[in-house]
Design a protein around this ligand. Sequence first.
Ligand code: ZN
Length: 294
Amino acid sequence: MTDNKETKKSTSQSKKKSAAKAAKRRKKKQQQRIIIIGAVVLIVAVCAVLFNVLAGNKVYDKSNPRSADLTTTTLTEMVENTSKEAEKGPEKTSGKTVYITIDDGPSKYTDQMLKILEKYNAKATFFMINGNMKAYPQQVKNIANSTSTAGFHSVTHDVKQLYKAPDAAKKEFDQCSKTYTDITGKTSKVIRIPFGSKPYTTQASYDNMVAAGYKIWDWNVDTNDWRGNAAQIMNVVKTYGNGHNVIILMHEKPQTLEAFDALVKYYADNGYEFAAVGQNEKPKNFWLQNLSLN
Ligand SMILES: [Zn+2]
């Protein structure tokens, strides 16, 4: 019995002990779970904070809204960027244009001028004399096939002949037109009157040319290249050849060719857009008084 009692006692004691151990284990497990949950919560919190920082501030560069990466830009900032884009409008250019105009050709210098224009991705307008078109038909074709514009510059280049009758000048340009079409199969209505449309051109003569559809172009920068050297030509360009709407007058002369590369480069380097006179463009001349440099 005693033994039994002892045994019973010891059994109940060991039961109590194992129950206490189990409770301890449960408590430990619970503590571990809390620690794990705490750690997970902490990691999630840290990740959330990091994500917010990245999304909210990192990529968005206020100085350059165009560089903002849309995938990490917040909605507010996207709206802000969009409104900034709208305010900015199209990309701004310098707004400066130069029409290089070359009279009295074509000549043995034409091809070299075309080559220099091509080098700078530039274009010009060539006002050609009838007899020179006949003498240099290949150069006429080369102009017609380039990005430059072919225009006419009379037959006689003589004020006395041009204005001997109200329709004399118009007839000279008709003759140029025919020669040009015979050589190239193309047409042009762009003209420059020798010595300009003022003061020699009479009202009747002017009206006849306009009625025939000719577009009369003068200039606002005269290089005086026909009587200067290359350095003097460049001096004129740098002193007077600036403005937002330059129409520069030159001729097919050796000294002009000598200055030509530097001249085209000057306008390219100064942000000018090169323009060739368009067939449907409103002309600029002394009669219309629309030759302002700016
Ligand atoms: Zn001329």
